[in-house]
Design a protein around this ligand. Structure first.
Ligand code: AP5
Length: 218
């Protein structure tokens, strides 16, 4: 049976940061809906154009195209042992649909770590984040700066600030999260899959708690 981990949490909670660490420890594949959309934007595809019109305003991309994109990604052979889903699902429709898709494959979501942090911390994180252009690795100007300013420690590519990482768009994303994604907490709690992780701790401590919750030995 494959392992599908859904990382749930507000924008800036640390899902991408922890997903990168988790895939190293587990060998699972990182499937980030935000990264997939950014790849489409970079390649100037039709989907990228559509996604950009929502992402730049801090709104969610419509369910139908998002679900189709993620379904296609997880049907790739590299996901045969499972995946760390980051930023997906984000609505009840997405959660229900991915459950049906996985059940049809004889699989299910294994566990849902829910990373929490107060809004003022999230806004400071998002507005100070710098992202690697080649692979989406994330750093923070103050909390986890790269060794060389503007350069990714991991692959040496340029670091940039995402268009949606302004204070104004971050606030909008938190509002959309509260409205559309918060209901998923009860949805997964009722299925006994939710594990709460305190995200306003140093990155290493969040990882330690996450690995302990997932019963992964380092
Ligand atoms: P997406 O790319 O998924 O963004 P998000 O959910 O808003 O999440 P972020 O990437 O902003 O935050 P994160 O939790 O990964 O934090 P990170 O680890 O980077 O989505 C972008 C847009 O795409 C959406 O607004 C929407 O339009 C669209 N979209 C995507 N998926 C969709 C879906 N399923 N349905 C519809 N639309 C969708 O950390 C943030 C910063 O904090 C970094 O600088 C990091 O270094 C720092 N940091 C992390 N942890 C710590 C810590 N413990 N202490 C100090 N600093 C920390």
């Amino acid at each position: 049976m494959a392992t599908y981990i859904v990382l749930l949490g507000s924008p800036g909670a640390g899902k991408g940061t922890q997903a990168d660490i988790l895939i190293e420890k587990t060998g699972l594949v990182h499937v980030s809906s935000g990264d997939l959309f950014r790849e489409h934007i970079k390649n100037k595809t039709e989907l990228g154009q559509l996604a950009d019109s929502y992402m730049s305003k801090g709104e969610l991309v419509p369910d139908d195209v998002t679900i189709a994109m993620v379904r296609k990604r997880i049907s790739n052979p590299d996901c045969e042992h499972g995946a760390v889903l980051d930023g997906f699902p984000r609505t009840l429709v997405q959660a229900e649909t991915i459950k049906i898709t996985l059940n049809e494959m004889g699989e299910d979501i294994s566990v849902v770590p829910y990373i929490t942090a107060p809004d003022e911390i999230l806004i400071a994180r998002l507005s100070g984040r710098c992202t690697c252009r080649a692979s989406g690795h994330v750093f923070h100007k103050l909390y986890s700066p790269p060794a060389k300013e503007g350069i990714c420690d991991i692959d040496g590519s340029e670091l940039y600030q995402r268009d949606d990482d302004t204070v104004e768009t971050a606030k909008k994303r938190l509002h959309v999260y509260a409205e559309k994604t918060l209901p998923l907490i009860n949805y997964y709690r009722k299925q006994d899959k939710l594990v709460e992780i305190q995200g306003d701790q140093p990155i290493e401590k969040v990882t330690e708690d996450l690995l302990a919750a997932l019963n992964i030995k380092v």
